[in-house]
Write a protein that binds this ligand. Structure first.
Ligand code: ATP
Ligand code: MG
Length: 332
């Protein structure tokens, strides 16, 4: 693989996306509530982490990259905590706007006796105000010159509008930045002009209007998205089946998932976009970058929770495997 992971720490990436807080409450259930026929969870442990585009940022920071963040959150204590978390990762959070009247997206999971019993979402999908849009656009304009790559991490929470995408694409073109978009929704023409998009198989099927059941329907869906969305490159991630890279007028390139024990697949897509951006920014080809992103995602699915991968782990995973025969011969 022609990817130099040691260069990742020198990369500077702008992440524009839907920031969230992932909250976990663990507890025990010993009784049914006297108020209604529901279990009472006695909370024993609480934790909160950065989610949504914040998890992409976690992945970039874990690989030593400098991150610039743009997004929208609320003005309350959850918004303040989110900014504190970003600062702790040494992220330039100047593009994270606290919009009045907007909640900070928060997903609370309640886990009782190892069972996920409930999730509570606090969020809005309302489009950002024009004032927020102007502030974000101003930040992007200011920092894009300092960055090597732009990631759009769209979770459909009202930030990534057509108007904002138009602005970002024009600025990235002007400064020669690559843009990788993890898309949401059905209309991918919104991402027209970006370098590459990374839907998963289900999202690609919905956007193409093609049911993906085998390799041939995967090819049909990929070709349709490339044709209709005004995008040059498309990486469809296929969970345990790896990924498929589509480039206009080229034969699709299939990458098999790395065989390993799987603990938690959530957040694997965030690892894919983060590593793709760093590999491309450090000069690797699209095929090699996709392959290293696949290896990185294979490592995080082997960890519990939405996890990240380190330079050390990734370097070890892509090192050419020692030939057992040559090792034996040397020993003699
Ligand atoms: N079960 C698995 N075994 C090995 N690799 C996996 C597995 N699941 C996911 N991966 C790796 O992670 C990549 C992304 O996974 P997937 O296609 O599920 O993305 P996603 O649905 O966007 O993930 P998420 O939304 O949870 O972040 C895959 O292309 C593959 O490299
Ligand atoms: Mg995804």
């Amino acid at each position: 693989m022609d990817v130099d992971v040691s260069k990742f720490k020198d990369c500077r990436v702008l992440v524009i996306g839907d920031l969230m807080i992932d909250e976990y409450l663990w507890g025990d259930v010993n009784r049914i509530s006297p108020e209604a026929p529901v279990p009472v969870v006695a909370v024993k442990k609480e934790e909160s982490t950065l989610g949504g585009s914040g998890n992409v940022i976690n992945n970039l920071a874990a690989l030593g990259a400098k991150v610039f963040a743009a997004g929208v959150i609320g003005t309350g204590k959850n918004g303040n905590m989110l900014i504190k978390r970003l600062r702790y990762l040494a992220v330039d959070a100047g593009g994270v706007i606290q919009e009045h009247g907007r909640p900070t997206t928060r997903k609370t999971r309640i886990i009782a006796a190892h069972q996920h019993v409930l999730r509570i979402d606090r969020e809005t999908k309302k489009e950002i105000s024009s004032e927020t849009m102007n502030k974000i656009a101003w930040f992007i304009e200011k920092v894009i010159i300092k960055t090597d790559a732009v990631i759009i991490s769209d979770y459909g929470k009202g930030l990534i509008t057509k108007a904002l995408m138009k602005k970002v694409v024009a600025l990235a073109k002007k400064h020669g930045n690559i843009i990788i978009a993890d898309p949401k929704g059905l209309d991918y023409s919104k991402y027209s002009g970006v370098t590459l998009i990374t839907p998963n198989r289900k999202e690609a099927a919905l956007a193409a209007g093609v049911e993906i059941t085998n390799n041939s329907s995967l090819m049909t869906a990929g070709a349709k998205i490339i044709d209709c969305a005004g995008i040059e490159k498309l990486l469809i991630t296929c969970g345990k089946d790896g990924m498929a890279l589509f480039e206009r007028d080229k034969k699709p390139y299939m990458i098999r998932a790395e065989a390993r024990q799987v603990f938690d697949v959530s957040g694997a897509g965030d690892t894919v976009v983060a590593v793709l951006a760093l590999a491309l920014a450090s000069g690797a080809s699209f095929k090699a970058s996709a392959a290293v992103a696949n290896t990185a995602a294979g490592i995080v699915v082997g960890k519990v929770g939405t996890a990240t991968v380190s330079v050390k782990e990734l370097t070890a995973a892509i090192m050419p495997r020692a030939n057992p025969l040559s090792v034996k011969l040397r020993k003699k």
